[in-house]
Design a protein around this ligand. Sequence first.
Ligand code: BES
Ligand code: MN
Ligand code: ZN
Length: 498
Amino acid sequence: MDFSTKSADKKNSLQTIKTDCLAIGIDNNGKPACNETLPDGLAQAIQALYATGDITGKPGTVLLTNAPEGLAAKRLLLVGLGDEKRSSKDARKAIDTLTGALKPINAKNVLVALPKGLVNGNTDETVYTLVTSFYSQTYQPGAFKKKKAPAYKIQKVVLYIPSADTAIVKKALAQAKAINEGRNYAKDLGNLPANICTPSYLAKEALSLAKQYGFTVEVLEKKQIESLKMGSFLSVAKGSDEPPRLIILKHTKGKAKEAPAVLVGKGITFDSGGISLKPGAGMDEMKYDMCGAASVLGTFKAIGEMGLKSNVIGIIPTCENMPSGKANKPGDIVTSMSGQTIEILNTDAEGRLILCDALTYAERFKPDAVVDIATLTGACIIALGHIKSGLFTRDDEAHEALAAALTQAAKSTNDPLWRLPVDDAYQSQLDSNFADMANVGGRPAGSITAACFLERFTKQYTWAHLDVAGTAWTSGKNKGATGRPVPLLCQWLIDRKG
Ligand code: BES
Ligand code: MN
Ligand code: ZN
């Protein structure tokens, strides 16, 4: 889909621009809300349509008609926007209603004349919300089906804006497109089956991203991971015939001295549970256990597209968690790269076992902040459902600031998260009689004890953990990856560069 802008000036009036469909917002009183005084004829035509009562102006209402006399557009789409005090939820509803109304019709291009500050009075958020809505209407999962779902016909979206706003809208548009390209890429990777999306497949993807965008990339194989002494990560990998990979991506467009942001993504390409085997029902969904890794790759695609001027490093430990004669057994003790020993009481708590070594590896980059992203615990779904991702940080000053920045980025991209504690009082649940720690802390506060486990490997830097077990994909009839939390990660990286 192609997005562009047209600025409102003397030669570009809404009445004279040729388009398959002109979309105009109207408020509760039927007044056009589009940053421009409309020509008399058009304003009257809109009033007449409003007077039929077929559109009330409330968010969620929409009216599609043949264009009234004198309009160069073929169709007119009126979109209810409510009044100026609308919530951001109502603003999103209005925009989703607009993009949804275009779905069944035969228009190939649309001219959108919505007011710029529709979402939170903010132009960036308005543009982002509109672009995101078009992307989510048009996303189709991979090409394994002969019979494809009907395609969305709109190819070209033109935003009609006051000429003074051209620069700011163009910038917002470029960012919104980049974020959504990255998000779609993460969805594509997530939706791939585990027989195709293996650890080596993810490594190949990282290599081609690096080539496309000029990142530095390293793919470490088993021998090299062994020399790093990542005993915890390797213990998970050894139950599978698929070899593990440690992927390191570097985007270095910031100043040489600038400490990087590091993203660490859980890349379990299939989680059977191992010897602590999961129940069969719904096990196919454990192909999504690499969505943390996919979100790192998706975020890299986005920052590559944007040419973000900063230093970002991605670390992806990736392997399968399978039962076999070589697999971890409950009670096994392994030594992590940090030197701390771990008693594996449950082989299904494997995410933390691969992440802990990647988090130790992150120390060498002297990071400004490390954020790990993982489909880590079923307990996080019990706590927050499928709405908000879990955010975990310590609560000193530096971590408060990181939590606040991530929360702000989450709000402005509608990729919500909620903070849960990482508190020493929970640490004793991880006590082991035989090793420095156990890999599970019992049922109470399961997602917090998982975070507390990771915390033991992050003492050298400022760190946040995102548990996306409930938000990285949707189950049921609309089963599919969501591409979350790519939007919030991208926005956080954009915001920290000002
Ligand atoms: N990948 C799972 C977590 C998960 C489960 C994500 C369901 C999304 C949906 C993780 O590796 C896991 O199995 N965690 C265990 C930990 C437990 C053994 C302490 C869990 O949550 O049951
Ligand atoms: Mn597991
Ligand atoms: Zn897992």
